[in-house]
Design a protein around this ligand. Structure first.
Ligand code: FES
Ligand code: FES
Length: 261
């Protein structure tokens, strides 16, 4: 899998068009959210400067101001943004090495560069956990990481799984079966709109994998599930069916539960 950098230029080119319409030269070349935001900022500044011009300015002057870029309006540094290296394994496939803008969040990298749109941007502030991916660590453990507040470069050298990596697929890439957690979520009809579901699938999967290494005492099952899912926010279901589905997986999968010592 390669990272098509040019896919990130869509928003920037739109912003560039807005900037051009405001009399600011749109900068050609690789674009990023940072450069797009800066271009929009420059366009806004130009518009404000234009709005504050004396009312007595001649029509000709106004025409020049509206139709041609003023000297100095083009901020050449906008063409330069700091990049950082990124080379990762996503759902079993090597991605990179490539460079990404220093301020690019992982959720945007997944969506805009890799077209993996299953991870959901909810709050964007690290609260709802809809955006989590699974990081597989060298010691065999796994953990959730929120991609809305974590830069793409943080994942350099790491192995991750997104929601697209859970289902079983054939050689053609077609889904031929759900993971146990996905299947139970379907059977329990655990979700309504489904926006939070990728995060819950990842959280529950991390829990199951932890219990495979460290089985939980039977009398601690419910508390363990509560603790594992507690950070995830769902605004539809009331959580009960998520909990019931995960509990069924925990209780029916051999080796996850041990009798109290
Ligand atoms: S979108 Fe990342 S925590 Fe809410
Ligand atoms: S099912 Fe809608 S937010 Fe959880």
């Amino acid at each position: 899998m390669t990272a098509p950098k040019q896919n990130s230029t869509h928003a920037a080119s739109q912003t560039g068009a807005v900037a051009a319409a405001s009399g600011v030269v749109a900068v050609a070349g690789p674009a990023s959210a940072a450069s797009a935001a800066s271009a929009a900022s420059a366009a806004s500044a130009a518009a404000q400067a234009q709005a504050s011009a004396p009312a007595s300015a001649s029509a000709a002057s106004a025409g020049v101001a509206a139709g041609a870029p003023a000297a100095g309006a083009v901020e050449r540094p906008l063409t330069h943004f700091r990049t950082l290296p990124l080379s990762i394994k996503v759902n079993g496939e090597i991605v990179g090495p490539t460079d990404v803008p220093a301020g690019l969040m992982m959720i945007d990298y997944l969506h805009e560069y890799l077209h993996l749109t299953g991870s959901r941007l909810g709050c964007g502030q690290g609260i709802c956990h809809a955006c989590v991916v699974i990081v597989d660590k060298p010691d065999g453990t796994s953990e959730e990481v929120r991609t809305c507040i974590t830069g793409a470069n943080f994942f350099h050298g790491k192995t991750i799984r997104t929601i697209e990596g859970h289902a079983k697929r054939n050689e053609a890439g077609e889904v031929i079966g759900m993971s146990p957690i996905q299947q139970k979520f379907l059977e329990h009809f655990s979700f309504q709109c489904g926006y939070c579901t990728p995060g819950f699938v990842n959280a529950a999967t991390v829990l199951i994998e932890r219990l495979q290494r460290q089985p939980v005492a039977r009398d601690k099952v419910e508390a363990t599930i509560t603790e594992a899912l507690n950070d995830h926010i769902c605004r539809c279901t009331g959580y009960v069916r998520y909990y019931e589905a995960v509990k069924e997986v925990v209780l029916t999968t051999p080796g996850l539960v041990k009798e109290a010592a």
